[in-house]
Structure formats: structure tokens, C-alpha cells
Ligand binder design. Structure first.
Ligand SMILES: *Cc1c(COP(=O)(O)O)cnc(C)c1O
Length: 370
């Protein structure tokens, strides 16, 4: 089976982990600090704060921006559930705005209509590895005095108008989960230039404790520390960021070249002013096609190729979210999200695919449509 993601750890990862085990410094130690420095440098920002996972990073970012119960946070309904859950975790309400058909990202032109007195932040997702339109989003945020938070879980290494993902908003959140482009197994990172957000994020990571001041608490916090065991893996993996992105981009280009003439398919597009790091390569199978999206997925599975639907259901359609926002969302307000969630199919694009596997995926999809 050619799987949609693959984790490959080598001798260097193992050495890194073993060195931590031998050192006895297992948590919040030198490897974690080193990883923070690497991220700050990669994103060209002043500060980075490591946490235990990407969801923790989002929760911490919202707290650090001072988002409180009763506040509203504008976001996309077409994303992984952690994006909206983190808003619920601080007691705020997610307010969904429809997406752009071309980039799968939040449609900046529809944000202003969703702003009211309670709005405090815009939580933007760079879905599948392509940044959203931050110039437009930051301009709206500035006008209405809102925070912008970047959910960069899928976009590490991407660039928008000469600026790195991780440096496009007031604070940015990464995930180092096993299947992300850069992994530490589990892990998360916040990056920012704002010192106040930095200080608050560090407090929140560890029970509101100031560094070097044990048992003195400055507000609510969690235990969101990252272990050095995992940071050691992250350090080895992040060194490969350029080649990981390049490999994914090369495979994407090959898919574009070979699959774009199939009338049933719409291939992902990239805006001119940004790069795409293809956390996912997401096809759209037009409705009414033969085979349909679901039939294509079944066919690929039978031929030994895993594909996945990211995401099958808009977030407003889940009960825990509609209950929390006290509203049954009218799906007619989200025509693009509704349409795309029925069309999308992500096919393998990870950096460990061989040429032979890529060619096999291409010929299999072609065969499905002749
Ligand atoms: C993976 C992911 C997260 C959550 O990260 P975890 O490390 O799994 O907690 C959040 N948002 C998006 C868009 C993601 O893809």
C-alpha cells in the first residue's frame, strides 16, 4: 500500500534521542531551547515557544492574545477540528467565514461582514501548505484592532510575499505531529515578534510560572511542555526542511503536468505571490464525474494507493461546535466550503515517495478516467 504519509527515522534521529536519554535532561532542556532557536531563525522572528503539540500551540496563542470567554474569533470551517476547538478551549466563539475556491483558505473579502463588537481575533489556516492572503487579512485586522493568529500546522517552510510562514501574523502556531512535513512525533511551536505575547505564552505553558521563579503563579496555565526526547527528533528533521519542501513541490509539479488534462479533475492552484509546501496535494473531482470522488478513492485503494478526504465535513456541522456557538449554521452561507468538501481528495505527496510510486499513482488515476 502506498500510504498518504510516511514516517522515516534514521540513525541520526536515534542518536539524538539516545543522547537525551543519556543526559538525563528529559524535559524543557537544551534540545527544546535549541529547537526554539531553530524555529525563530527559520521564520525570521524574535521569539519561539515550544509546546507539547499543535493544538496546545493554538490554545496558548489564543490565551496569549488575551482572548476571553464571550469573545468571538473569526476562522475557516474547512480545516482540522483543532483550529476551532482551540477557540472553544478559551471559552470564545468561533465565527466561520467561507473559503476561496482557488486556495481552500479563508476568503479575506468576506471577513469584514463577520466582524462585530465582540470580535477579537482572526485565526487563519494555511490549508494544505499554502499561506492565506495575509496582506488583505492584516489590513482588516489593523482597521478593526484585531489579533491575527496563523495556524501554520501545515505550512512550515512556505513563503508569502517574501515573508516566511510563522512571521505572517501576531503569533503563529506549528504542529510537529508525526505526519506533518517536519515532525518530532508530537510537538508544537509558537513564533512571534511581540514580547508580551511571548511572555504570556511561556507562562501559559507551565502553570503561570515565571522562569526561574518556582511556585509563584501569574495566572492560569497548563502543562504544555515539550520533551527533549521529542525535540531531539525535531532538530534532526528541521534540518531537512528545504529538501522536504522541494521534494513535495517536485512531485506536485509532476502531478500537475500529467493529470491536468483529465476533464473530471481540478488540480490545486497556487497564488503567484506565495509558495506552497504541499502538506497535502488535494485534487477536486467534479460532481457528476465517473468515477465519482468516492469511487475514485475506492478504486485507488483497490490498486494499493491510499487517499484521504481532508475534510469531509465543515466544522459548523459538528454538534459540539454548533452547541457551543448556540446556532445551527445555515450551510447556504458557505457555498464554497459545502462544494469543496464534497469534491476533495488528497493523494500521496510525501517526501519518501519513490519515482516509481509517483508514476504508478499517475497511471492509476489516468486509468480510472479512460
Ligand atoms: C495538525 C493540525 C493541528 C493540530 O496539531 P496537533 O499537533 O495534532 O495537535 C491544528 N491545525 C491544523 C490545520 C493541523 O493540520
Amino acid at each position: 500500500m502506498i500510504s498518504i504519509s510516511k514516517v522515516v527515522l534514521k540513525a541520526k534521529d536515534i542518536q539524538g534521542v539516545v543522547s537525551v536519554l543519556k543526559s538525563g535532561h528529559l524535559v524543557q532542556g537544551p534540545k527544546v531551547h535549541e529547537l526554539e532557536k531553530k524555529f525563530a531563525r527559520l521564520c525570521r522572528v524574535k521569539y519561539a515557544v515550544a509546546v507539547s503539540n499543535g493544538t496546545a500551540a493554538l490554545h496558548t496563542a489564543l490565551y496569549a492574545c488575551g482572548i476571553n470567554p464571550g469573545d468571538e474569533v473569526i476562522t475557516t470551517p474547512f480545516t482540522f477540528v483543532a483550529t476551532a476547538n482551540s477557540i472553544l478551549m478559551v471559552g470564545a466563539r468561533p465565527v466561520f467565514v467561507d473559503i476561496e475556491e482557488k486556495t481552500f483558505n479563508i476568503d479575506a473579502s468576506k471577513i469584514e461582514k463577520a466582524i462585530n463588537r465582540k470580535t477579537k481575533a482572526i485565526l487563519v489556516v494555511n490549508l494544505f501548505g499554502q499561506p492565506a492572503d495575509y496582506n488583505a487579512i492584516n489590513k482588516i485586522a489593523k482597521k478593526h484592532k484585531l489579533f491575527v493568529i496563523e495556524d501554520a500546522a501545515q505550512s512550515i517552510g512556505s513563503i508569502y510575499k517574501n515573508k516566511e510562514s510563522g512571521n505572517l501574523a501576531n503569533v503563529s502556531c506549528f504542529s510537529l505531529y508525526a505526519t506533518k512535513n517536519v515532525t518530532s512525533g508530537e510537538g508544537g511551536m509558537l513564533t512571534m515578534n511581540d514580547k508580551k505575547i511571548y511572555e504570556r505564552a511561556k507562562l501559559f505553558r507551565q502553570h503561570g510560572e515565571r522562569e526561574g521563579m518556582k511556585y509563584s503563579y501569574h495566572g492560569l496555565g497548563f502543562n504544555y511542555r515539550l520533551t527533549d526526547i521529542l525535540a531531539a527528533i525535531g532538530l534532526v528533521q528541521i534540518e531537512k526542511i528545504i529538501s522536504i519542501s522541494k521534494k513535495r513541490q517536485t512531485i506536485a509539479k509532476k502531478y500537475e503536468k500529467t493529470l491536468s488534462n483529465i476533464p473530471s479533475l481540478i488540480l490545486p492552484t497556487r497564488a503567484n505571490d506565495r509558495t506552497h509546501v504541499y502538506h497535502q496535494f488535494t485534487l477536486r473531482v467534479k460532481s457528476g464525474s465517473k468515477p465519482s470522488r468516492d469511487e475514485l478513492q475506492k478504486y485507488l485503494k483497490k490498486q494499493g494507493i491510499q487517499s484521504n478526504i481532508y475534510y469531509p465535513k465543515p466544522l459548523y456541522a459538528f454538534n459540539h461546535i454548533s452547541d457551543a456557538i448556540n446556532k445551527n449554521t445555515n450551510s447556504a452561507e458557505f457555498p464554497i466550503t459545502e462544494k469543496l468538501s464534497k469534491e476533495v481528495l488528497s493523494i500521496p505527496v510525501h517526501q519518501h515517495l519513490t519515482n516509481k510510486e509517483v508514476n504508478y499513482i499517475i497511471s492509476t488515476i489516468k486509468n480510472a478516467y479512460i
